[in-house]
Ligand binder design. Structure first.
Ligand SMILES: Cc1ncc(COP(=O)(O)O)c(C=O)c1O
Length: 433
């Protein structure tokens, strides 16, 4: 065990690596922001070695790779990758320009034409679009199966199946997938398969982050992240990451070099210096507030249903308590809420428009995991690629005072609630409490 490993994860995220050839520890307290597109090579031999490391799929280049050119590798980005691999309890990590770049690279370097993916029916809208619009053109079939219906997953697997793909919690419904149960099934199905055809479990852990869930420890093979969200935390940087076994690392670096979707060193630096050290602090505060807001929403007569893993009414509460655990083992239900309004009482678009017009602490905007509370309508915005109607609302809780968020939501509901609403006995009913 290294000295660093004797400390709690929260402390490790503040301090970063104990020592590294990528950071001048004798002088810098904060890691330096490297910004050099190309690197001095002191001999032709060294240059050749650097290119070989990338071109020949070398799996482990040690602590001091030969830096050649920013698109291949560079120090700030690789310090961030080391930290992300460690907190996800994975062997290695490769970062990308965005979450979508990370998802398409992880799948792109695993799948070949003729392969099949089994994916959960509800996914982030652009991942759905990747599967609907692009994979059929590449000869890759994507079957949509409920990952909690293990008999259906078993029935859908064929010799061509390679990847099981899902988010947990699911964007935007917050449904959870039981990763341990799926691992058990996949181990059974993998028993007769050769190493290069083994089924792999890919999970997008963007909503929970490693603060709230470590999917590799639960049985996943590959973890994906949009760093743009909770891990970046401040809404200033786009980024993505794949945390994977060592055996996949070199292929991902080669893919990134050739497809070019690198994370900029400036974005990596901001995530390393601001995002990671404040991750636990932000998420603890946000989930404290999310619990209060979800509890309040659930009491409103004009709200038909609230999905939040921290509510006693959450349909998968027992699984949530087993799977969503923070670095200290405490329940971590997260900062995302999904709720449905009763359309007889409140028109969802009118509610959202009222917030956009009048609220100060709640902003109508997509994205999530920001310091600011963000609200949107998935069916017409982030998930419009599904082409489905529906008025459910996604709320990403920020760092504001809980009472201000509740007051802004209440004002909007009060403004747009239909005043003619009546209960079964004909008495007037208040839509908002
Ligand atoms: C669950 C999830 N995965 C992936 C992404 C894509 O991330 P990015 O916008 O960084 O490409 C998003 C974006 O909202 C997301 O919510």
């Amino acid at each position: 065990m290294t000295k660093k490993q004797q400390y709690k994860v929260t402390t490790r995220l503040v301090h970063g690596p104990e020592h590294s050839a990528k950071w001048d520890f004798s002088h810098h307290v904060t890691p330096p922001l490297s910004s050099s597109t190309t690197y001095r090579l002191d001999s032709a031999k060294r240059g050749a070695r650097g290119f070989q490391e990338f071109g020949q799929l070398v799996t482990d280049v040690g602590e001091t790779p030969v830096y050649i050119y920013d698109r291949l590798d560079e120090p700030t980005r690789s310090i961030l990758e080391g930290e992300l691999a460690e907190i996800e309890q994975g062997e290695s990590c490769v970062s990308f320009a965005s979450g979508m770049a990370a998802i398409s690279a992880a799948l792109g370097c695993t799948l070949v034409s003729g392969d099949e993916v089994i994916a959960h029916p509800v996914l982030y809208g652009c991942t759905h679009s990747l599967f609907q619009n692009w994979y059929p053109r590449q000869g890759i079939t994507v079957k949509r199966v409920d990952m909690n219906a293990l008999a259906s997953v078993r029935a859908a697997v064929t010799e061509r199946t390679r990847v099981l793909y899902f988010e947990s919690p699911v964007n935007p419904t917050l449904e959870l997938i039981d990763v341990r149960a799926l691992r058990k099934l996949i181990d059974e199905l993998n028993a007769g398969r050769s190493e290069d055809r083994k089924l792999l479990i890919f999970i997008d852990n963007t909503f929970a982050t490693p603060f709230g869930q470590r999917p590799l420890a639960l049985g996943a093979d590959v973890v994906l992240h949009s760093l743009t969200k909770n891990l970046g935390g401040f809404g200033t940087e786009l980024g993505g990451a794949v945390i994977c076994p060592k055996s996949m690392h070199a292929r991902l670096l080669l893919y990134r070099k050739d497809f070019g979707g690198i994370l900029s060193s400036k974005a990596a630096w901001a995530i390393l210096v601001y995002g990671l050290p404040t991750l636990a602090l932000r998420l603890k505060r946000q989930q404290f507030t999310a619990r209060k807001v979800a509890t309040w929403l659930e009491k409103q007569p004009c709200v038909a249903r609230v999905s939040y893993p921290g509510l006693p009414s959450f349909p998968q509460r027992e699984l949530a308590e087993r799977q969503l655990l923070d670095f200290d083992g405490d329940f971590a239900p997260g900062n995302m809420i999904y709720f449905e309004l009763d359309p007889a009482q409140v028109e969802p678009e009118a509610f959202i428009d009222s917030l956009a017009r009048s609220a100060y602490s709640v902003t109508l905007a997509v994205s999530l995991g920001h310091t600011k509370t963000l609200i949107e309508l998935p069916s017409s915005m982030t998930h419009s690629s599904y082409g489905k109607q529906g008025g459910a609302v996604r709320l990403s809780i920020g760092l504001e005072s809980p009472s201000d968020i509740i007051a802004d939501l209440k004002a909007a509901l009060t403004e747009v609630a239909k005043s003619t609403n009546a209960n079964k006995n004909g008495a007037k009913v208040r839509a908002v409490r």
